[in-house]
Ligand binder design. Structure first.
Ligand code: PMP
Length: 356
């Protein structure tokens, strides 16, 4: 039976990425060696790193003055590297969920943290608006897509201080205006590659403004100066990331992804609205994530949650169980998820409705 992979991350990747990575695990670039066993400084791998960097910039239309880094430590390491490198005294954060809260926790190690607004009062089911950002904050941090709660900030905000964004789960899902940000970071394991590498887009001008000493490995400057090769980089995930970037370009880039992603999300949210058994956890349409679509059973059908989950699994749906802090279901519809999988899930929802 065909599996439809709605996992939140690690998650579905293009077949192109998986196949080319599998091939390179056996024989990398005609070397007769595995990509796992060659030096990261061999010309064949240096070419991978260079091309990944170039395509990353090209696909997101990154202006000059910015560098792209591929680092270990996941997005979670960035929760500490961002304040280490950018916060002198004070930083502002928008609290939109678990990952934002974790970023806030780390920022407290470095200075005063102003939580400008939070949607915790309603279990993070909306994006707060109308908040004020202190003008003396060194930066303002947002999580554009809240993977667990299924909310998303879909526009590039205009703010009065440097903007920093965790885009772990929506990078490459739509065009972004990079010039509005000082730092954009994320883990690769949603729209890019297997886990093990984080990407960081950093504006060079934003650096060198803090008074503290920064340990070498945690200093963005180190990795800029060494083109992400200061230490041994995560070579296999970087190789896979390059394959995804090549695939993305062939598919028509982020504009095309946005079109497809909106179509997939619209289709699924419409069925959730139409089907009497389900309801979306995010009520405000403009706050709804295009990537992670969260829904629960309507109150009258609450007792059928487990039955629906088992029914869906029996039909090949994978990874639709909601995060424990939300319950219900979460269908993650990343770039590589084909529209056929969304249609298959909708069929399952309709079949279940008919059964009851
Ligand atoms: N931020 C967001 C929005 C995430 O979804 C995740 C992981 N799912 C993280 C940060 C943490 O990423 P990592 O596991 O790479 O540290």
């Amino acid at each position: 039976m065909k599996k439809h992979n709605f996992s939140a991350g690690p998650s579905i990747l293009p077949e192109y990425t998986i196949k080319n990575t599998a091939d390179a695990i056996l024989n990398f670039a005609g070397t007769g060696l595995s990509v796992m066993e060659v030096s990261h400084r061999d010309k064949e791998f240096m070419a991978v790193m260079e091309q990944a960097n170039k395509l990353f910039k090209e696909l997101l239309d990154i202006p000059s003055g910015y560098e792209v880094l591929f680092l270990g430590g996941g997005a979670s390491m960035q929760f500490c590297m961002v304040p280490y490198n950018l916060m002198n005294k004070k930083a502002a954060y928008l609290n939109t969920g678990t990952w934002a809260s974790k970023a806030i926790k780390e920022a407290h190690f470095f200075g005063e943290v102003v939580e400008v607004a939070s949607s915790k009062d309603e279990n993070f089911c909306y994006i707060p608006k109308g908040y004020e950002i202190p003008s003396d904050a060194d930066y303002f941090h947002i999580t554009t897509n809240n993977t667990i709660f299924g909310t998303e900030i879909k526009e590039d905000l205009d703010v009065n201080v440097p903007l920093v964004a965790d885009m772990s789960s929506d990078i490459f899902s739509r065009p972004i205006d990079v010039s509005k940000y000082s730092v954009i970071y994320g883990g690769a394991q949603k729209n890019l590659a297997p886990s093990g590498v984080a990407f960081v887009i950093v504006k060079e001008d934003a650096l060198g403004k803090v008074d503290r000493k920064i340990p070498t490995m945690l200093n963005y400057k180190t990795h800029i100066d060494n083109e992400s090769m200061f230490n041994t980089p995560p070579v296999v995930p970087i190789f896979s990331a390059l394959q995804t970037l090549i695939w993305l370009k062939e598919q028509g880039g982020v504009k095309e992804m946005e079109k497809r992603n909106i179509a997939k999300a619209d289709m699924l949210y419409s069925e959730i609205e139409r089907n009497k058994m389900f309801k979306a956890t995010v009520k405000n349409i403009e706050d709804r994530s295009v990537m992670n679509i969260c829904f629960v059973m309507n109150d009258e059908y609450k007792d059928l949650e487990l039955e629906f989950r088992e029914f869906a699994i029996s039909k090949g749906m994978v990874g639709i169980k909601g995060h424990r802090s939300v319950g219900g279901f979460r269908a993650s519809c990343y770039n590589a998820l084909p529209v056929e999988s969304v249609k298959a899930l909708i069929d399952v929802m309709q079949e279940f409705e008919k059964k009851h």
